[in-house]
Design a protein around this ligand. Sequence first.
Ligand code: ADP
Ligand code: MG
Length: 351
Amino acid sequence: MAELRFSNLSKQFEGSARPALAAVDASIASGEFIALLGPSGCGKTTLLRLTAGFEKPSAGRISLGGEVMADETHFVPAEAREIGIVFQSYALWPHKTVAQNVSFPLEVRRVSRAERDRRVAEALALTGLRDFAARMPAQLSGGQRQRVALARCLVFEPRAMLLDEPLANLDLALRSSMQEVFRAFHRRIGATMLYVTHDQGEALALADRIAVMESGRIRQFAAPEVLYREPADCFVAGFVGDGAVIPVRATGESMPDGTIIEVLGQRHAVRARCAAPSHVSIRPENVVIRDSGPLRGRVVGQTYLGGRFRLQVELGGETLVAYATRRARLGEALGLSIEDAWAFHDPESET
Ligand code: ADP
Ligand code: MG
């Protein structure tokens, strides 16, 4: 497994006005599990296709294990990159058995029969398919087919694995059990993995680090907890996790690891890394409902989440999100306090 690096990587498709990727810079350590997270059309699949060697970059460089895969002068073709790919559609050979499907990449590489049998058996065991070796793809469930695709990818010991929304076709229950399969698989073989998803829950559950993408750019690349607690801008704050993003006025006063802001007509001490934040991210678990709270709001929306209620509480023209253990009444007045919040400067707030 090898380190993967993108330097100033751009892709502009012919005839399109906007670049699909715009100057992406990122380094992925050997053995890291990375999620690419972002809305449809933000460039996730394009980044995977460039990494796999199915497309050439318009500018910039991709390197793998210190070797250049693509830049202005070099282009290593897909079949020479030794990168494994799993797509949303399984792309299995319908007339080959499970074992023959998994064996195929080794036949292409002219691996000996004995070695092939050993590695196929190992790949099937790793993906929990030992008892399905002789089945045809049509005799398998969606989750089992996706595991065959995974086995077929890991059998040739790729230098990196790319997964493009591999669970998007599966139902909710199967998705979460397959997430466990991917996690266990990653723990066992320690592969460098680049996992594309538009599902933030999946990204938060699976990845060591998440690159949040929007309009061909990486907005923030960080560990799940960091993205959630300390979003870099309004897009990340709104896209990852629940809660409110509210404009604030900086008071110019700071404190260790934070700053004093005015939000909702009150002064608050919040966590921040900049002196003049423009916005604050307030997560639901940090909004405490209590009569003595300094803020007063009115319940304008309510959703039962199972075990607790998600309340939307309006105050001063803004809407906070809070969790409650009992059902509220729409229009009910509540006392609130904000126990923790993260303030940041959004670059787009200047325009
Ligand atoms: P995602 O996987 O995040 O949904 P894509 O990488 O597929 O996004 O697409 C990013 C942008 O590039 C979109 O605007 C899409 O329409 C455009 N795009 C992707 N592939 C091509 C192509 N082959 N030709 C022209 N435009 C493309
Ligand atoms: Mg895509």
